[in-house]
Design a protein around this ligand. Structure first.
Ligand code: DGY
Length: 329
């Protein structure tokens, strides 16, 4: 019996390919070229399944060009790169990798918050440039983290993991989310208090964004929202590019409307707005919030398990569109 054919769109751990090869005929991209949308559609056209990463855009057109396709398994918790509606209408299963990255991503949110508030990268660049000649009382004065108010926008599992970590810093947590958490969950999240978005922006000393990207969350933080924030506040984005209006943020950082930002994600990444590179009050990282070795392996295995289940008659554990079966029937 011939094995189902799959495309692995980007480089992956070599042992993962070896595992997948027991189940599938694989076309893989270990040379890690970035496919154009057309090229991706052309490579997916005769495949039963595709293993994607957040950098591939799987559009309605691409989906329409793939009559055999049964599953798109994304190695990420976010899946805004995939047209879920189009996949569902075409009867194609779509999966993501939730949960396995919650704690690692929360750790990184804290790393970015601390680096931003305490000017870690800026001061390191200065030191490396040989500029450190003497101790001074006012060198790289930053913002305190302990004892301040943390505002979390997007209080899903990662947001809650971030809130739990704030206990040791003696912080107050306020949050904004599509819906309010249960009292038990709020208590576990350092007694987080549900507030409106404007209230959060006005009162938080540090704002961290952990909400999923969608048309509704596009530019959740733009000029009007930045104007509400304290001039001493910091903003951290570990969610998705597009949730922040990068041009508005650059203007706010330049004019001192807010003190600093820590960004792991960008509009049009990896081509970030060049003006970010000219600002000293922003910490920039290349979309690595989930990038610890064990977590990236867990994400890779979760995506592979989903693909194996989807193409061997099972139900993938992380199926996002169970209603796709109805479309296929
Ligand atoms: C995710 O899982 O959505 C992350 O952004 C990928 O690193």
């Amino acid at each position: 019996m011939t094995k189902p054919g799959i495309l692995v769109t980007r480089a992956v751990f070599p042992d993962l390919l070896e595992r997948l090869s027991h189940y599938f005929e694989i076309e893989s991209n270990q040379e890690d070229r970035i496919f154009s949308e057309q090229e991706l559609a052309q490579k997916m056209r005769d495949k039963d399944g595709v293993y994607t990463t957040p950098s591939e855009r799987v559009s309605a057109q691409t989906i329409a060009a793939c009559p055999k396709l049964k599953a798109i398994c994304n190695m990420a918790v976010g899946y805004n790169n995939i047209d879920l509606d189009a996949a569902t209408k075409a009867g194609i299963m779509v999966t993501n990798t939730p949960d396995v990255l919650n704690e690692t991503t929360a750790d990184f949110g804290w790393a970015l918050l601390m680096a931003t508030a305490r000017r870690i990268t800026e001061s390191e660049h200065w030191l490396r440039a040989g500029k450190w000649e003497k101790w001074r009382y006012d060198v790289f004065l930053g913002a305190d983290v302990h004892g301040t108010t943390l505002g979390i926008i997007g209080m899903g599992r990662i947001g809650q993991a971030i809130a739990r970590r704030s206990t040791g810093f003696g912080m107050q947590v306020i949050y904004h989310n599509r819906s309010r958490l249960s009292e038990d969950l709020e208590r576990a999240a350092n007694h987080a208090r549900y507030v409106g978005k404007e209230d959060l922006l006005r009162n938080a000393d540090h704002v961290i964004l952990v909400l999923p990207y969608s048309a509704a969350s596009h530019h959740t933080i733009a000029a009007a929202e930045l104007a509400l924030m304290k001039p001493t506040a910091t903003l951290v984005n570990i969610a998705r590019g597009g949730i922040v209006d990068d041009v508005a943020l650059i203007a706010a950082l330049r004019s001192g409307k807010i003190a600093a930002a820590g960004l792991d994600v960008f509009e049009n990444e990896p081509k970030l707005h060049p003006d970010f590179l000219t600002l000293s009050n922003v910490v920039l990282t290349p979309h690595i919030a989930s990038a610890s070795e064990p977590t990236r392996r867990a994400m890779a295995n979760t995506a592979a398990n989903n693909l194996i289940a989807a193409l061997t008659g099972g139900r993938p554990a992380n199926l996002l569109n169970p209603e796709c079966g109805a479309a296929k029937a």
